[in-house]
Design a protein around this ligand. Structure first.
Ligand code: KG4
Ligand code: ZN
Length: 333
């Protein structure tokens, strides 16, 4: 069979990225221009500034991705871009750029769902991974527990009713003075602390999540007891949110009789969360997968990887493709 090369473009939040991926799993290049230093001083992503920066760098990032792959645009089989969910102005930059490239080079265009990209990041790291499996997508914008029945066949089993888990990490970090993005900083600090502060955990009848209660409890505790050790707070927060995601994932795996759980999204880079899931390999004989750290946070390789399965099924977008900020998983426009 002919090899398929896809140029992926990602611009849904604060990373501008372009990547060339062969046959959906082999990454030939993955260039990421992060805006973290730009947004750091505001304590979070400023949408308009994000869009302006995407516009500035997207062309160079894409040129570098092709150069590093040692390929030319005309050698691509398709161009894929994230068209949702995400910040509308940021998404529009990648969508418009991908449409222009597709038109100019006469190549098929594939609008790709960002969350499906996070799932596909696992296919890059684990060449043997195939559906069916359970995927826990934990990122700055999303917390979804999804039954991956096929490459393009998803059932959402549970999702957050308020904050995304990464949002809770970032807000707690900001309040206790660790800066943005808070996830990696809490990850480091928690290693020096004890999870000895009891925090409320929320469970529902179904597999939905809620993190705002835990987040508010940590913030209130910190304001009332400024002498509490920050490392203990960080470790206790991390343990509380991890207990919830591990319990819900196990409940889902049991009821669907699945023995494979894949983690995805920026928060799946967290070392404590990884270690708690890895314990399940020993105790429950589960198989646990997660992407390499560089493919956990936003990147274009995961977008190219996800779009490969659209390509195989002949599902292409036309030049009317628009950004959809609240695009749902499995929804195709
Ligand atoms: O997947 P991602 O890059 O963007 C979204 O699609 O939302 O995830 C970014 C999120 C941020 O909330 C960041 O704090 C979190 O991932 N994150 C982490 C770690 N690395 C990134 N959270 C906890 N521990 C980490 N090591
Ligand atoms: Zn993401």
């Amino acid at each position: 069979m002919k090899d398929i090369y896809i140029l992926g473009i990602e611009s849904s939040c604060d990373e501008t990225s372009a990547s060339v991926v062969k046959n959906g799993r082999e990454v030939l290049s993955n260039i990421i221009s992060s805006q973290i230093p730009i947004h750091e001083k505001f304590g979070g992503v400023v949408p308009e500034i994000a869009s302006r920066n995407h516009v500035e760098v997207i062309s160079n990032v894409t040129k570098k991705a092709l150069k590093e792959a040692n390929m030319e645009l005309k050698q691509m089989d398709a161009i894929s871009c994230t068209y949702g969910p995400g910040l509308v102005g940021a998404l529009l930059v990648g969508v418009s750029y991908a449409k222009a490239l597709s038109y100019a080079a006469n190549l098929p265009l594939i609008g790709t769902n960002h969350i499906e990209g996070h799932i596909a990041a696992n296919y890059i790291t684990h060449k043997e991974l195939k559906p069916p499996f359970l995927c826990l997508i934990i990122s700055g914008g999303h917390t979804h527990l999804v039954h991956i029945k096929g490459y393009q066949d998803f059932t959402i089993l549970g999702k957050t009713r308020d904050d995304a888990i990464g949002e809770a990490f970032d807000k707690v970090a900001r309040v206790i003075g660790l800066g943005y993005p808070g996830g990696p900083k809490i990850d480091q600090l928690a290693k020096e602390g004890e999870a000895n502060i009891p925090l409320p955990q929320t469970y529902f009848e179904n597999l939905d999540f809620s993190f705002s209660g835990i987040k508010t409890a940590v913030i209130n505790l910190y304001h009332k007891n400024p002498n509490l050790k920050k490392a203990d707070l960080a470790a206790s927060f991390e343990k509380a949110v991890t207990d919830v995601i591990v319990k819900n994932a196990c409940k889902a795996a049991q009821s669907l009789q699945l023995d494979t759980i894949a983690l995805a999204g920026g928060v799946s880079a967290n070392s404590y969360i990884r270690s708690r899931f890895l314990e399940l390999e020993q105790t429950n004989k589960m198989k646990i997968y997660y992407p390499e750290p560089i493919f956990c946070t936003d990147n274009a390789a995961m977008i190219a990887a996800a779009s490969y399965y659209h390509y195989c099924e002949g599902k292409f977008s036309n030049l009317e493709l628009n950004a959809i900020p609240n695009l749902k998983i499995g929804e195709i426009k």
